[in-house]
Design a protein around this ligand. Structure first.
Ligand SMILES: Nc1ncnc2c1ncn2[C@@H]1O[C@H](COP(=O)(O)OP(=O)(O)OP(=O)(O)O)[C@@H](O)[C@H]1O
Ligand code: SF4
Ligand SMILES: [Mg+2]
Length: 336
């Protein structure tokens, strides 16, 4: 059995807005294994970023934890993420768990040289111990950037973020969040909005870091092709729920949930010029999601029970879970 590093236990995390309650994460249960790459997929608005923020303990208004726990396992310690004080959370961040937010191009301070931003991260490591000189710090950071395959580290460190291309900025941010060798790295759409070549460079850098240091990497992408290249396991979200979770190979070769099938079928095939037809319709408004299975208004296999009863998230085989009335616990299916 793989060793667990994190457990999400019956989490409900909602946005309390003036328009109503947005059920962005509802009844979420799963585990993350030490050293794996877990890919999170789903259409826009399905709750991927809310899940990543929750895993980082970043619950800011109007977001609130309504129920459940997130547990982190560190050697013999169990940390209950939502019960930590602000200070304990701060101590955990960068060193134990780090986070690359969606749209992180804008995360770096544009008027502060990259070097200064790295010094701040390095400071977190040396907190409470004797401070090192700026020159020593510069050398440590440059060596790390060189190791990461980034060109001309000294020149890079003297630059301001706006002087770098989008791809280079993203690589610098990735270097920054992995600098203190955190056990868990969260990356929300790290390659979106970049061209294919740049995207490939960043994915390779992520894989290199993870292979060499054996961190646990959890990353979000709406691109199933990226997941195919990167992930060990895949978690598919739809309308604030996990609908399928399993090894990448099993999910691509034998997707169980009709929504997962749609996602995989919409991937372009080699040699095809035209973009494949996506899924018809849109995910529901999470202020008032559909009753029963939240996918039922779009599902071609819908049965009466789907409108009335929410399917349970069940284990159908070793490490493969699905939430759909078509499946029984033994993995038998009935598309009739
Ligand atoms: N700050 C916020 N206040 C209120 N509602 C929010 C907020 N952020 C997200 N939501 C809502 O929560 C739901 C889940 O959003 P989330 O950002 O987690 O989706 P996502 O899967 O990351 O989408 P995308 O692929 O577009 O990034 C959506 O209905 C969204 O409108
Ligand atoms: S539970 Fe029913 S509506 Fe939902 S995905 Fe399965 S078959 Fe489709
Ligand atoms: Mg998002």
């Amino acid at each position: 059995m793989p060793e667990k590093i994190l457990k999400v236990d019956n989490c409900r995390v909602y946005y309390f807005t003036s328009r109503g309650i947005n059920k962005a994460l509802d009844n979420i249960n799963f585990e993350i294994y030490k050293g794996e790459i877990l890919g999170i997929a789903g259409e826009s608005g399905c709750g991927k970023s809310t899940l990543i923020k929750s895993l980082y303990g970043m619950i800011l208004p109007p977001l609130k934890v309504v129920e459940g726990k997130i547990l982190l396992f560190d050697n013999n310690d169990t940390i209950d993420l939502f019960s930590l004080s602000d200070e304990s959370l701060r101590n955990l961040r960068w060193k134990y768990i780090s986070y690359m937010p969606q749209g992180s191009m804008n995360v770096m301070n544009p008027v502060v040289r990259i070097e200064e931003q790295f010094f701040e991260v390095l400071d977190k490591r040396t907190e409470g111990t004797k401070k090192i000189s700026k020159n020593q710090a510069r050398e440590i950071i440059s060596n790390y950037l060189r190791d990461m395959g980034l060109p001309s580290p000294s020149k890079l460190l003297k630059s301001y973020p706006h002087q770098l291309s989008g791809g280079m900025r993203q690589r610098v941010i990735l270097a920054m969040v992995t600098f203190l060798n955190p056990k868990i790295i969260l990356a929300d759409e790290p390659t979106t909005a970049l061209d294919v070549v740049v995207q490939k460079g960043i994915l390779m850098m992520m894989k290199k870091i993870q292979r060499e240091r054996k961190n646990t990497l959890i990353f979000v992408s709406h691109d199933m092709g990226v997941h195919y290249q990167m992930a060990d396991r895949l978690l598919i979200m739809y309308a604030g729920k996990i609908v399928e979770l399993g090894p990448k190979k099993a999910i691509f070769e034998n997707p169980l949930h009709p929504y997962t099938k749609f996602l995989i079928d919409s991937l372009p095939r080699i040699g095809e010029k035209e973009k494949r037809k996506g899924i018809s319709g849109e995910p529901p408004d999470l202020l008032s999601p559909p009753h029963g299975c939240r996918f039922h208004p779009r599902c071609p296999y819908k049965k009466k029970i789907c409108e009335d009863r929410e399917p349970k998230f069940i284990k159908v085989s070793d490490d493969h879970f699905v939430a759909c009335h078509l499946f029984s616990k033994k993995g038998e299916m009935n598309y009739g």
